[in-house]
Design a protein around this ligand. Structure first.
Ligand SMILES: Nc1nc2c(ncn2[C@@H]2O[C@H](COP(=O)(O)OP(=O)(O)O)[C@@H](O)[C@H]2O)c(=O)[nH]1
Ligand SMILES: [Mg+2]
Length: 166
């Protein structure tokens, strides 16, 4: 889950090692919830929030879908929440965090597009994001699909998070 254009589909493809999910040249392309079945669990690629062009009724429908998923889906073992490593959480991110907190879901924060920052700045940026989000640094993983950074580590975390829930 995460903002439109944060890198959800790219990360999903990097995790499974195949181009299953469509990576958008134009933001806001993934309108449906796409489910991918892996050997021991499913990955859901959700439509991103914060797409400025969406009209009011589709925003409302989106919110209902999201709240229903987070509140009611018993088989949902956790949420992988993607944020761009370079930017503080937006108002849309804060709203989404509210949904997550209310639903009491376990969350793994993934900071995307690390290649966009020089190596030496990544640790500091991650610490800032952790502080802004109010989460422990250990709850955060840094990835770059472009540089194939952190993908295996994230896969390990997902496997262990989903492992007890099959
Ligand atoms: N530099 C860089 N660009 C990325 C990375 N991951 C995704 N992108 C680019 O960001 C844009 C949006 O990616 P996409 O996966 O479609 O995002 P989604 O809307 O969240 O599914 C595309 O142009 C991707 O090529 C990354 O790790 N590094
Ligand atoms: Mg997408």
């Amino acid at each position: 889950m995460g903002r439109s254009n944060v890198g959800k589909s790219s990360l999903l493809n990097a995790l499974v090692g195949r181009p299953l999910a469509r990576v958008s040249a134009t933001p806001g392309k993934t309108q449906l919830m796409n489910a991918y079945r892996l050997p021991t669990f499913w990955l859901l690629d959700l439509p991103g929030y914060g797409f400025a062009k969406a009209d009011r009724s589709s925003r409302a429908a989106y919110r209902v879908m999201l709240e229903k998923l987070l509140r009611e889906r018993e088989s949902l073992s956790g949420v992988v929440w993607l944020l761009d490593i370079r930017h503080p959480p937006s108002a849309d991110d804060a709203e989404f965090q509210g949904f997550l907190t209310q639903a009491g879901r376990s969350v793994l924060v993934v900071l995307t597009k690390a290649d966009k920052l020089p190596y030496a700045q990544r640790g500091k940026a991650a610490a800032e994001r952790a502080r802004e989000l109010g989460v422990d640094l250990e709850q955060i993983q840094i990835v770059s699909t472009r540089d194939k950074l952190g993908i295996n580590e994230l896969a390990e975390s997902l496997l262990s998070a989903a492992g007890g829930m099959t």
